[in-house]
Design a protein around this ligand. Structure first.
Ligand SMILES: Nc1nc2c(ncn2[C@@H]2O[C@H](COP(=O)(O)OP(=O)(O)OP(=O)(O)O)[C@@H](O)[C@H]2O)c(=O)[nH]1
Ligand SMILES: [Mg+2]
Ligand SMILES: [Zn+2]
Ligand SMILES: [Zn+2]
Length: 261
């Protein structure tokens, strides 16, 4: 269940398999032998809801800490890509993978409510990917990532991208154990989004303003957008990118090499 919008339920699938509760395989279970599942239900009373919310986020943070420890132990640099649907996350990823070919191992965890389209797009580049389908859920949580890691087993010293479910609200609250959240905003969405959805921009360390190749056809005010993002988060770094024309890819790759090192 989502603490923010109350969504959830439905069938969670990781790598095409339903989520099993017998956590007896794989190395990750040793990190959390009493790995528990969240069976709390929200009955709608507000005080209870606050408690449930706190419980869910506390539990998530425990898993996130485990994931963070795992990434540190294996030298894996992990980024959590967050945005509304269709901002260009997967296109940016396939482009990034091509440009980094031969430089460092890359792996991807894909999150969508349904379909394995995005994982298939990633695998077509030759990079391993695991698809998580959240069913009715609107975001990835750290527990799902732990399971996806059991399947994916990213190489030591690799770059791991987690493409979150397209949603500019709920993924902001869930730490997955990543080094940074990267928010992708496409210029077709309007420059006001950082003010309308401030939590996501506050949680991110980097904003990629994507699809800038379309700027000549729009009335999107880049300066205003950057100003709005900095109003919400004065430390946020901003890069203008286009996955289709290649604009800004050098700067983005430079950031990845720099931070990942
Ligand atoms: N013009 C232009 N189109 C882009 C760019 N990046 C992506 N697109 C297009 O935008 C659409 C959505 O791209 P995706 O990469 O699937 O977006 P996404 O964020 O992964 O989408 P979800 O996973 O469904 O949230 C596709 O039609 C892409 O071809 C870009 O830089 N410029
Ligand atoms: Mg995608
Ligand atoms: Zn939600
Ligand atoms: Zn589990």
């Amino acid at each position: 269940m989502c603490t923010t919008c109350g969504c959830g339920g439905g069938e969670l699938k990781i790598g095409g398999k339903p989520h099993q509760h017998g956590h007896n395989q794989g190395e990750l279970r040793f990190r959390r032998p009493n790995h528990e599942h969240d069976h709390t239900h929200d009955h709608g009373e507000s005080t209870r809801r606050v408690q449930v919310e706190r419980d869910i986020l506390d539990k998530n943070n425990t898993f996130a800490q485990d994931n963070r420890g795992y990434f540190a132990a294996h030298g894996i640099f992990t980024l959590n890509l967050v945005s509304s649907p269709g901002s260009g996350k997967t296109t940016l990823l396939t482009c990034t993978i091509e440009l980094l070919r031969g430089e460092m191992p890359v792996a991807v965890i894909e999150g969508d409510q349904q379909t394995s389209f995005d994982a298939e797009r990633i695998r077509a580049t030759g990079v391993p990917a695991v698809q998580i389908n959240t069913g009715k859920g609107c975001h990835l949580d750290a527990h799902m990532i732990e399971h996806a890691l059991e399947d994916l087993k990213p190489a030591d010293h690799s770059l791991l991208f987690i493409e979150n479910v397209g949603n500019l609200v709920c993924p902001a609250s869930f730490d997955l154990g990543e080094a940074h959240k990267v928010v992708i905003l496409s210029v077709t969405e309007g420059e006001d989004k950082p003010l309308k959805y401030p939590d996501m921009f506050a949680a991110a360390d980097l904003m990629l303003l994507n699809k800038v190749d379309l700027l000549p056809y729009l009335s999107f005010d880049v300066q205003k957008c950057v100003e709005y993002a900095r109003r919400v988060n004065p430390r946020i770094q901003v890069m203008l990118t286009s996955a289709t024309s290649g604009t800004g890819m050098d700067e983005w790759l430079g950031w990845l090499r720099n931070r990942g090192a």
